[in-house]
Design a binder for this molecule. Structure first.
Ligand code: GLU
Length: 472
């Protein structure tokens, strides 16, 4: 078999939404899995609705997801002469014809046919008239009046259409611009596309496209029409189901591999495995396991997967991804503790990078704000002596190491008779302001003596003041 060639042909009329990204992923994965090629094509013939901003947004989203292409980007708007040459070919072979029926005439015929309960397809007025090209003429494809056209779909099985119900459809408008169904086929032929995976909202277009392949004597591609992604109310996914654009997930602190994993699983399966790395998806992706039923977009499940991918990600890579979120929180990352070390304390706890940036707050804050309830409960005169001792021992220790810190705590425990928990919790509040945080030794190691000692001093002063106030 020839090498697999797939494509992603977005219409640049808006951002890349999660449904579109899933289609791109299926095609990209299949090409990568089979050692084939993946083509990017911008379907921008609808000049009124296509914008450069949307093209840029699509590139940005694909780049973030790590979907790379081998060929393109092609722009349909720059390929009009190619479409024209194929139109000329069909006209010369009598497989297409000029039609001058006006929109008003067509609308009127349609109304009448509807009222009479008759077929509303084009009635073929111009089909045998042999009209020449005129400025207001469109080109129609001559659909065989009888017979059927069948899609052999790898997802849905065979789907058969009566040709009579398809009718003679327009392939080129009077301004010379081809219609979607025509441009897409000419592109797919000339770009060597042999596998097309797309949303099943295109099923009704496919017989028209197959007829064009057949008229041109070209081999058909493999088709796979996947069910659309649905919202939780089982209607087509839309804005009201939450964020739609791929980059919105980036901005909310999702990892690209988590979104990829989630979207692919929303229409493809491999046993009951849920977590896949990008490499595993490439290795295991297959057309056979594309699902027949619609996937329901579940933000909670995506969040859970993101958590798992954060846990599994290399801290050094996370550092680069987390930095903009920290900067957004207003932290000077380079003035803070070592970022990779910070991440190593948080990557089993935070569900998104945005959460992680918030959870990292105490590492960057100059003066820790004590949570009042935590302070009331743990920063009490009873632990004053222990905290002073700890401060003195830490000063003696100098540079921090896990072993050294442990030794210091053991010494303080021995001298005070306190158990570790009794000391650790006040220290936690002193260092983070809160009662929940990563392990106390880890935090201290990351913060280092230059941050830990002033924070301990402040907690000690806080308790002293409290004790003084209570004495009065
Ligand atoms: N531009 C079309 C779309 O975005 C492409 C459809 C196709 O895959 O043929 O829906």
């Amino acid at each position: 078999m020839d090498p697999v060639v797939t494509r992603f042909p977005p219409s640049p009329t808006g951002y890349l939404h999660v449904g579109g990204a899933r289609t791109a992923l299926f095609n990209w994965l299949y090409a990568r899995h089979s050692g084939g090629r993946f083509v990017l094509r911008i379907e921008d013939t609808d000049t009124a609705r296509s914008t450069q901003a949307a093209v840029d947004a699509i590139f940005e989203a694909l780049e973030w997801l790590g979907i790379d292409w081998d060929d393109g980007p092609y722009y349909q708007s720059r390929r009009l002469d190619i479409y024209q040459s194929y139109i000329d070919r069909l006209l010369a072979a009598g497989q297409a014809y000029y039609c001058t029926c006006t929109p008003e005439e067509l609308a009127e015929k349609r109304q009448k046919a509807l009222a009479a309960g008759l077929d509303v397809r084009y009635d073929g007025t111009c089909r045998e008239r042999g009209l020449p090209r005129t400025p207001d003429a469109v080109v129609r494809f001559k659909t065989p009046p009888d017979g059927t056209t069948t899609i052999h779909d790898v997802v849905k099985g065979d789907i058969t259409f009566e040709n009579r119900e398809i009718g003679d459809f327009v392939i080129q408008r009077s301004d010379g611009v081809p219609t979607y169904n025509f441009a897409v086929v000419i592109d797919d032929i000339t770009m060597g596309i042999n596998t097309i995976i797309r949303g099943d909202d295109h099923v009704s277009n496919t017989p028209k496209q197959i007829l064009i392949y057949q008229a041109l004597g070209e081999e058909l591609p493999v088709y796979g029409h996947v069910p659309m992604v649905l919202g939780q109310d089982r209607t087509k996914l839309s804005k009201r189901h939450g964020a739609m654009s791929v980059t919105a997930y980036r901005d909310m602190g999702y990892l690209p591999e988590a979104l990829i994993n989630y979207l692919v699983r929303l229409g493809w399966s491999c046993g009951d495995q849920e977590f896949f790395t990008r490499e595993e998806l490439i290795e295991k992706f297959s057309l056979e396991n594309l699902g027949k039923s619609a996937g329901v977009f579940d933000p909670e499940k995506l969040l859970a997967l993101n958590f798992d991918h954060i846990k599994a990600a290399d801290p050094a890579r996370l550092a680069g991804l987390l930095r903009p979120f920290l900067e957004q929180e207003g932290y000077d990352v380079d003035a803070g503790p070592d970022l990779e070390k910070i991440i190593a304390t948080l990557n089993q706890r935070s569900k998104t990078l945005k959460d992680m940036a918030r959870d990292a707050a105490f590492y960057y804050q100059g003066e820790i704000e004590f949570d009042p309830a935590a302070a009331k409960k743990f920063l009490r005169p009873a632990v004053l002596e222990a905290l002073r001792l700890l401060r003195d021992e830490l000063q003696r220790l100098g540079e921090f190491s896990e072993k050294g810190l442990e030794g210091v705590f053991v010494a303080v425990m021995e001298k005070t008779g306190f158990k570790l928990g009794k000391i650790a919790q006040p220290v936690r509040v002193a260092l983070t302001g809160k009662t929940a945080s990563p392990g106390i030794f880890e935090i201290m190691d990351v913060l280092g003596p230059q941050r830990v000692l002033p924070r301990l001093e402040r907690a000690i002063a806080f308790i002293e003041q409290r004790a003084a106030a209570a004495d009065k």
